[in-house]
Write a protein that binds this ligand. Sequence first.
Ligand SMILES: Cc1ncc(COP(=O)(O)O)c(C=O)c1O
Length: 484
Amino acid sequence: MSDHGKFATSAIHAGQEPEKWKSWAVCPPISLATTFKQPDPGVTKSGFEYSRGGNPTRNSLEEAFAAICHGKKALVWASGLAGTNAVLQLLRPNDHVLAIDDLYGGTNRLLRRLGEPMGIQADFVPTANVDKFADSMKPNTKLVWIESPTNPLLQITDIRAVVKQVKAKNKDCIIVVDNTFMSAYFQRPLDLGADIEFASVTKYYNGHSDVLMGVTITNNADLAERLQFIQFAAGAVPGPFDCYLVNRGLKTLHVRMAAHAKNAIRVARYLEAHPKVRQVIYPGLESHPGHEIAKRQCHGFSGMVTFRIRGDIEASRTFLKSIKVFTLAESLGAVESLAELPCIMTHASVPAEQRAQLGITDDLIRLSVGIEDIEDLITDLQQALNAAVPGYEATPAVGEFITEDAAKTSAVSKQPATTAAPGNMTPRTPKVNSVSSGVATPTRSAAGYNAPTTSRLAESPARYEGSRPPSRHPPGGQSTITFG
Ligand SMILES: Cc1ncc(COP(=O)(O)O)c(C=O)c1O
């Protein structure tokens, strides 16, 4: 781990020492060479031999990741799923994976569709009751995979509790936490006891919707060595230009995450006060069942907000077709705001019964709140909700939710950074503008959080079947593809 001080300082300087380049360049050069001159056969002067095994631009990025994630070794991969697949390569036939039930659709698909033919069996179990989750371990459970918050329902897992229970049963079981929705700025899984932090770098870490990449970070020397061998032997490495872009993205991560969080709490509070919205799921809201755990284990809350619109699939579609500042698109975590319908987009590859059980229903809309002007974002949501859900004249006044005060959220555990994350403030109750008689603002209880509702789509998946490029459909199986 490089010692470069606090979060922002590490993100800007770790792995970037100008003195390591002949030119003393203040940012890493993009080293495109695939091979490096040797003074003698088998002897390297710079430590580099062939770019699959190591590349100067990639190494700089990996050093930066190790520093900000509090790990000894970071390795980057050609995409998030390439990184997940590399972790799967640590297993052997007849090994068992215990995964959280509500997780990214592509991870679910990878474990079921690629893991099973390799003889690896996976079970998907909720983590709300950690004892029950740990009791689902088998004698051959070698890997535990959790996501917190989950995609798309933003459920929070008590990571320390899972680590304690799992390690008590089998100290050698590898625990991976998918940290895609938080980034190391808001949550450091290695500090909470996980063996590996995994993340889709495509999202917040890069933050500009222009690179696909994954990362694994660990403090365990044996795992680091095995993963590095997999990186070299299987070759799912990102190119130097992508590494350069992500390196640049990391330097503003702390500023971006703070801005995402500040906008997201205001969006969440606005939606929570809105009669055309049935439920808002955001771990930064006091109404979220995982709020207290999140405050203990995170340093803040990210830009992901999920909500249930008061209506059916047509309301969801109209809302998503009406947004103008938000873009209807998969993926998340970049500077621009995105919105999507998980049941037919990102989570279409999750089996229909599992989707229905989890509550990934027709009315569930996922927002990735970007860092645009908050007034424009809330005004956009307001006009799209008006277009999608008729009636309910009394809607909250946008002005109430764009103030500095509206960005306040309840306290989080501690700040990792020199730049303060947007926490440590007091909760506030949203006000609703001119509620006319007979129109009640719906109240949302924690109990309703994960309640599944009837889903037409859950019964008939694959809406977009055929509209995807055929080459991306895996042979002989379910033909819906999960992208972002
Ligand atoms: C939580 C999570 N993990 C993993 C991935 C996969 O990453 P990638 O798309 O970079 O392969 C995604 C992608 O959306 C994700 O949201």
